[in-house]
Design a protein around this ligand. Structure first.
Ligand SMILES: Cc1cc2nc3c(=O)[nH]c(=O)nc-3n(C[C@H](O)[C@H](O)[C@H](O)COP(=O)(O)O)c2cc1C
Length: 192
């Protein structure tokens, strides 16, 4: 059965985009399609190597991974504005019962990546989506000295925003993509 996972993110300096790439690898390893798309930027000059998402792509996905950088302990304004533009989908209940999860990148280890992941989950819950994080059966969650949380994949990009993804962060992001795709496939199979 064809299953399509939307990996939807905003990234200014590339850290969240790097996590999106790893999540897409995990999705593909599970045999699903990974459709990687960007959140529409509030500033026109912002550019990205992925296309901007359409509302149709959001409504038609079988599962969603949603990524944003940490901005003052919360998601970037562009991501919040995007969710504020999805009322038509909410009114029709288009996202109800679709699996979803969140991912983020912060500059510092305790700079708010967990608070950001939790606040990013709220619009998804309002849309009736089924949230999944990362279970502690993933060994990297016990040992990571960088990012990676039970609330979703994360990265710590450092003071100059130039630290590469650690091996643990990469493995957790790939495992998360795989899990999200497998859950989405199972739910899609049982839909009447
Ligand atoms: C306006 C602004 C606010 C930020 N706030 C935080 C913050 O609260 N905590 C933190 O650790 N990093 C913060 N950062 C750093 C970014 O979250 C970090 O560099 C992130 O990795 C950027 O992701 P990107 O490369 O995908 O754009 C902030 C950056 C900006 C520009």
């Amino acid at each position: 059965m064809n299953c399509s996972i939307l990996v939807l993110y905003y990234s200014r300096h590339g850290a969240v985009a790097a996590l999106a790439d790893k999540i897409a690898i995990g999705v593909q390893q599970a045999g699903a399609e990974a459709r990687v798309r960007c959140i529409p930027p509030l500033e026109q000059q912002h550019s990205s190597r992925h296309s901007i998402v359409s509302i149709n792509e959001l409504s038609q996905c079988d599962g969603l991974a949603f990524g944003s950088p940490v901005r003052f302990g919360n998601m970037v304004a562009d991501a919040k504005a995007f969710w504020d533009s999805t009322t038509s989908l909410w009114l029709k209940g288009e996202l109800i019962d679709k699996p979803a999860g969140v991912f983020t990148s912060s500059g510092s280890m305790h700079g708010g990546n967990e608070t950001t992941l939790l606040s990013m989950s709220l619009p998804l819950l309002h849309h009736g989506m089924l949230l999944t994080g990362i279970p502690y059966s993933e060994p990297e969650l016990h040992q990571t000295q960088t990012g990676g949380t039970p609330y979703g994949p994360s990265h710590v990009s450092g003071h100059h925003a130039d630290t590469k993804l650690s091996v643990d962060e990469q493995r957790l992001a790939i495992g998360f993509g795989k899990r999200l795709a497998l859950l989405s496939q199972k739910l899609k199979q049982h839909k009447v």
